[in-house]
Design a protein around this ligand. Structure first.
Ligand code: SF4
Length: 388
């Protein structure tokens, strides 16, 4: 893969916050529906009303290259509502031909008829929360899916016509050996996904796992074990033709995630839904604006339906902040990032320092940079040096 050029592209993200049950490690914006069930039609109307308001900030852009339904568990949303959102995005923003349209689903929850309906409304990629193929680890993670659910889910999705499948794995759970982690990777590879995301179990303070960790319970593997699992996983994936292309992501060539690629390259994201994060910028990256929507689903809907989307947070980013963030997100990509003349002027000396510490590799002209394997493990240290 060559060094990524600087494409100014747009994606649309839609957050559906409802989950059947909250997983104890999860810190996403998630709501468990009450006895009255999920307000699917009202939520759809709120998202459509928000789109009407937000579209103006992105006028004049080329059509979006991706549409991503994340959550929460958007596979629980009535497919007719999802279809209405796809049509509205097509009408208001536009989608390029063959735009990547992804939806997240959980094995054991999404059924064959749901996949058929999702395929028929235009979803062309699924991101499946398989997380592990080890029943004991799934139990420890508080997941509702079993290894059999994972396999059944993949085969039902394929039968429904999905040939672009991304599978997630959570790794480095306390006590997990490298051998056990690789068995999980092998189980994923047996299902021949186009894309694999591997994440280390992260403990967030405001979660049940956070509370258990604060009482001294050991929930994650130690740093050395994490590093060994990480490197062994990347190697096993690449030996199988699923090539690591980002710190946590690997894909068959040509199947790299388009939508996530927008975040790593500081492209624009029109975000809709409770707790969604959006980003708008000017063409030259002189300024950008990032916002987070109201997280509470009812308050989000109340405001959006009055055509006054409520925000929890909005910040203006200046050119210097954008240069730093562009560099840090671009460094996550194995291919690295081209340095703009402005970023070169600002960072090249600190990048040379990092190169001497074998954390990054600059090309001879010092116009592009990428992480070394050691740098991938020490990304925080690289970030601190670049900020100094
Ligand atoms: S299913 Fe996903 S979004 Fe929902 S609680 Fe579990 S990890 Fe969080």
């Amino acid at each position: 893969m060559s060094v990524s050029p600087w494409p100014a592209r747009l994606g649309v993200y839609v957050h559906y916050p409802y989950c059947a049950k909250r997983c104890p490690y999860c810190d996403f914006n998630v709501v468990q529906p009450g006895p009255e069930g999920r307000p699917d039609a009202r939520y759809r109307d709120a998202v459509l009303a928000e789109l009407d308001v937000r579209a103006a900030a992105y006028s004049g852009r080329p059509p979006a290259v991706s549409l991503y339904f994340g959550g929460g568990t958007p596979a629980l949303w009535d497919p007719e509502c999802i279809g209405a959102v796809i049509e509205a995005v097509q009408a208001r923003i536009g989608l390029v031909k063959d735009a990547e349209i992804t939806l997240e689903a959980n094995p054991g929850e999404a059924q064959a008829d749901t996949f058929i309906a999702l395929r028929s409304i235009g979803i062309n990629r699924l991101s499946l929360g398989t997380q592990s193929f080890d029943a004991e680890i799934l139990t420890r993670l508080g997941r509702r899916n079993s290894p059999d659910d994972n396999r059944r889910c993949v085969s039902e999705a394929r039968r429904a016509g999905f040939d672009n499948l991304s599978l997630d794995l959570i790794q480095a759970v306390a006590g997990q050996t490298t051998q056990a982690a690789l068995e999980d990777v092998d189980a994923v590879l047996e299902l021949e996904p186009t894309h694999v995301s591997t994440y280390e179990l992260t403990i967030h303070p405001q979660t049940p796992f956070g509370a258990r960790a604060s009482r001294g319970e050991l929930l994650t593997a130690d740093e050395d074990a994490q590093a060994e699992i990480y490197e062994a996983t990347r190697q096993r994936l690449s030996e199988s033709g699923v090539m690591p292309y980002e710190v946590s992501n690997a894909a068959r060539p040509g199947k790299e995630a388009v939508h996530n690629g927008l975040y790593w390259r500081m492209d624009e994201c029109l975000a809709l839904g409770a707790g969604a994060h959006g980003f708008v910028r000017d063409a030259a990256l002189e300024w950008g604006e990032r916002w987070e929507n109201e997280r509470h689903a009812s308050r989000y809907m109340d405001a959006a339906l009055k055509s006054m989307p409520a925000e929890r947070h909005r910040e203006r980013l200046d050119a210097a902040t954008l240069d730093f963030e562009t560099l840090m997100t671009g460094l996550r990509l194995d291919a690295g990032i081209e340095l703009s003349p402005r970023a070169r002027g600002r960072f090249v000396e600190r990048l040379e320092t990092l190169q001497r510490r074998a954390l990054v590799i600059l090309n001879a002209e010092k116009t592009s940079v990428r992480l070394t394997p050691r740098g991938r493990l020490l990304l925080d240290e690289a970030s601190r040096t670049l900020l100094d």
